[in-house]
Design a protein. Structure first.
Length: 357
């Protein structure tokens, strides 16, 4: 089931108390979180301790943060990590990219109805499958471009000397707009689109219009051989900064009183365009929006960013809850799937039951 799904990372420390915290010794931006005793947020501390105790026995989990009502209720880091540890968040990067594309759309730089080859037109000589000319940005952002899945094409792309040329020369396995297939090369095309449409690199655009306004920093981000930032993978964040993305979306695009991502883009992003994907671990009725996974856990509607190996930014609006995690990610697909399933089980069996509606 993993090839249809996800990708990303985790950290050590428990915090119970009411305060704000500034890390003056940090050389990178950190959102200024508020902290609260779980009891004050109607959370059962003992059940959270159970979750942390279970996680502590595992050698691949790095961090778990529990946020409710905009405040950190609990966090813990494992296996030598701490609040300043930085991880590749793997495919959680896709959800950051989605937010940036929403901003670009609001500025008139892109339209989801535009065709890919109308924006990136310098690879026409590479195209052998004419259906490529039918792909729209809507197809790409909903994983319906017709490209094959990650297990079959990911390595071929990232090990090539020109990622875009390699993608454009591929044959599509479906007509654009027809079928959901999870494919990271498609989101790399979206990074190239953002670069071409904005006139600056994806990193520059995202820093200026998204992360700087969120009060967080992309600590690193991989590029392809031509310098295009890796659309949909390998952004590096702390777990706390990663959790700010969940807060932004729970607040309908507003942070610190500023509308950073348009509210209508947030709403559109969290609609299901997949046609239904099925169930996976404790996640039921899974769907896919604009680079966000959708579904239910314990009968609560939720949406989540997911990265290879167990990077999660999981949001449950009804509980005003965010759970952010990081984990070891340098592993094969099936092993990554096992880790992701284990972390989802900790969230579904321990953390969510600890939160009283």
């Amino acid at each position: 089931m993993k090839e249809k799904f996800f990708l990303t990372i985790i950290i050590f420390i428990s915090i119970w108390g009411c305060s704000t915290e500034n890390d003056d010794n940090n050389s990178f931006l950190q959102y200024s979180w508020e902290f609260a005793d779980p009891i004050d947020l109607n959370i059962d501390k003992h059940k959270i301790d159970e979750a942390f105790s279970h996680a502590e026995k595992l050698d691949f989990i790095y961090s778990i943060i529990v946020v409710r009502n905009g405040k950190i209720a609990a966090e813990k880091y494992f296996n030598g990590k701490d609040k300043n540890s930085i991880y590749s968040v793997k495919s959680v990067s896709k959800s950051f990219l989605s937010a940036a594309l929403g901003i670009a759309e609001s500025k008139g730089m892109i339209s989801l109805n535009e065709r890919l080859t109308d924006i990136i037109d310098n690879y026409q000589s590479q195209i052998t499958d004419t259906k490529f000319n039918e792909i729209t940005l809507q197809n790409l952002i909903t994983m319906k471009a017709g490209l094959d899945g990650d297990r079959n094409i990911y390595s071929n792309v990232v090990n090539s000397s020109n990622w875009l040329s390699t993608i454009f020369s591929m044959n599509l396995i479906n007509n654009p707009g027809v079928k959901f297939v999870y494919t990271t090369p498609g989101t790399h095309l979206l990074s190239a689109v953002l670069t071409a449409s904005s006139g600056v690199s994806s990193l520059e655009f995202i820093e200026e219009h998204l992360t700087n306004k969120m009060g967080i920093e992309i600590n690193d981000w991989r590029q392809d051989p031509q310098g295009i930032y890796f659309g949909g993978n390998d952004m590096f964040f702390t777990t706390r900064n990663m959790a700010v993305l969940g807060l932004l979306y729970l607040n309908e695009g507003i942070l610190n009183g500023v509308q950073i991502v348009p509210k209508d883009w947030i709403a559109a992003s969290l609609n299901d365009y997949s046609g239904g994907i099925g169930n996976w671990s404790v996640m039921k009725n899974i769907g896919y929006g604009y680079l966000w996974w959708l579904g239910e856990i314990n009968e609560y509607k939720m949406y989540t960013a997911i990265g290879h190996g167990g990077q999660f930014v999981l949001c449950i609006p009804k509980l005003n809850l965010i759970v952010a995690t990081n984990a070891f990610s340098d592993l094969w697909w099936d092993e990554a799937n096992e880790q992701e399933t284990t972390i989802l089980n900790i969230i579904g069996n321990y953390i969510i039951p600890a939160v009283n509606p």
